[in-house]
Design a protein around this ligand. Structure first.
Ligand SMILES: Nc1ncnc2c1ncn2[C@@H]1O[C@H](COP(=O)(O)OP(=O)(O)O)[C@@H](O)[C@H]1O
Ligand SMILES: [Mg+2]
Length: 265
């Protein structure tokens, strides 16, 4: 969905309009720490943007500002060209932004379906007093099964507790959950950090399918080689600043790595 007009000049294909999500001049301080310093970011639907940077670069802070966990000190967030106030996770979700945080936040003691709907359960008949409503477990499980199928996530047993799944399967459940509720943007913070090579590959394949489903996807990683094969664009942060934007290819891999680690090499 992108065309290149020269090194570092990256545009969306003609006619795609304003970016699904844009962040302009994002600045965030934690006390004396300047975690984000006037960062700009744009992402279009049907694109995977890799947000790269070493530990402490500001990646998680940036996406937490987009997903309403933190509030920007300065800067604006736009969706489809319109400025939007995102001051809580609920506001972000209402705008169609779903985030899988670095620490996953799945309930180990619940099955995938219960995790999918945690906090947004399909309630039983609304004429019952709230305390007497029941969860329609069958409907939740059926719906969850459909969503996982759609993303080609194969789980041996949908009623197993999430705590019994492998790291890759857990990550797949979290990604599928985000995709199920997102209408615009899916954000994934270090989705492959805890996974082995094969499991990482499966999760990356799943993320690539989100692009096909026309989401705007932001994938955070501290390691370029985890995302180079799936990302359409890469934005590099270092110490809170955006230090580069590239189309990640095997050819410019070394250059992007030097942007990530800083210095001359
Ligand atoms: N809640 C917080 N309170 C204070 N400092 C924070 C907080 N979150 C992040 N930071 C600091 O902001 C900087 C960026 O952190 P972070 O966004 O987590 O980086 P990354 O995700 O790229 O590893 C770091 O210096 C970190 O210590
Ligand atoms: Mg982080």
């Amino acid at each position: 969905m992108t065309e290149t007009t020269g090194p570092g000049v990256i545009r969306p294909a003609a006619g795609t309009g304003p970016p699904a999500l844009a962040v302009r001049g994002a600045t965030k301080r934690f006390g004396a720490v300047l975690a984000l310093d006037a960062v700009d970011l744009e992402i279009w639907r049907g694109q995977i943007l890799a947000l790269l940077g070493d530990n402490g670069a500001g990646k998680s802070t940036l996406i937490k500002c987009i997903s309403g966990v933190h509030r920007l000190d300065e800067g604006v967030i736009e969706m489809d060209g319109e400025p939007r106030a995102i001051h809580s996770p609920a506001q972000a979700r209402a705008l169609g932004i779903e985030t899988v945080y670095q620490d996953l936040a799945l309930f180990d003691n619940l099955a995938p379906a219960e995790n999918f709907y945690a906090g947004r359960e399909l309630a039983g008949p609304s004429w019952l007093p709230a305390g007497l409503r029941f969860l329609d477990r069958k409907a939740m499980t059926a719906e969850t099964g459909k969503l996982l199928d759609r993303l080609e996530v194969g789980l041996p047993n949908l009623s197993n507790q999430v705590g019994l799944l492998s790291g890759g399967q857990r990550q797949a459940v979290a990604v599928a959950r985000a995709a199920a509720f997102a209408s615009n943007v899916v954000i994934l913070d270090e989705p492959t950090a805890a996974l082995g090579v094969r499991e990482s590959r499966r999760v990356l394949d799943l993320i690539a399918r989100l692009r096909e489903a026309n989401y705007a996807v932001i994938v955070i990683s501290h390691a370029l080689d985890h995302v180079i094969d799936i990302a359409d664009r890469a934005v590099v942060l270092r110490r809170g600043r955006k230090v580069g934007e590239e189309i990640p290819t095997r050819e410019n891999q070394q250059r992007i790595v030097s942007l990530i680690v800083g210095g001359e090499g």
